[in-house]
Design a protein around this ligand. Structure first.
Ligand code: ZN
Length: 130
C-alpha cells in the first residue's frame, strides 16, 4: 500500500469509527451482556441463597468479602478489565466467588461480613408487577 493510499485508508477508518459510534457502542454493550451471561452461567446461573435466576438481578459475590479491594487494585493497576472479563479470559479462578441476587448480596454483606444479627428470611417467588 502506498503511503497515500494508507493515509486515505486511515482517514476512512477514522471517519467510519466516528460515524458508527452508536452502532459500536450498542455492539459492545451486547457483547459485554453476553459475556456476563456466560460467566453467570459458569457460576451456576442463579442466586446461591434464594435461587433467583433473574439475570438482571444477579451479581458476582466474593464469598469472603474483599470485592471492593480487588476492584480498586484492578483500577490502581490501570486495567479496565472487569471481574467478569477476568473470569471470561480464565485469568482468574472462581473458587472464592458465588452468585447472589442483589437482595441476598446485601444480606450477605450485612450478616456474614458485618456481623449483623440474622433475622431475614429471603424467599424468591417471581410474579409480574401488578
Ligand atoms: Zn437471592
Amino acid at each position: 500500500m502506498s503511503s497515500e493510499t494508507r493515509a486515505k485508508h486511515n482517514k476512512y477508518a477514522r471517519e467510519w469509527h466516528h460515524r458508527n459510534k452508536e452502532k459500536r457502542n450498542a455492539y459492545m454493550r451486547e457483547y459485554r451482556r453476553n459475556v456476563r451471561k456466560q460467566v453467570l452461567q459458569l457460576l451456576g446461573g442463579k442466586c446461591t441463597y434464594c435461587g433467583c435466576d433473574t439475570f438482571e438481578a444477579l451479581e458476582i459475590n466474593h464469598k469472603n468479602g474483599g470485592g471492593t479491594e480487588e476492584s480498586n487494585k484492578r483500577k490502581g493497576g490501570r486495567s479496565s478489565t472487569s471481574l467478569v472479563m477476568e473470569i471470561h479470559m480464565e485469568r482468574r479462578g472462581t473458587d472464592d466467588l458465588e452468585i447472589a441476587c442483589i437482595v441476598c448480596n446485601a444480606w450477605h454483606k450485612a450478616v456474614k461480613l458485618n456481623g449483623l444479627l440474622d433475622g431475614w428470611n429471603i424467599t424468591w417467588s417471581p410474579q409480574p408487577l401488578s
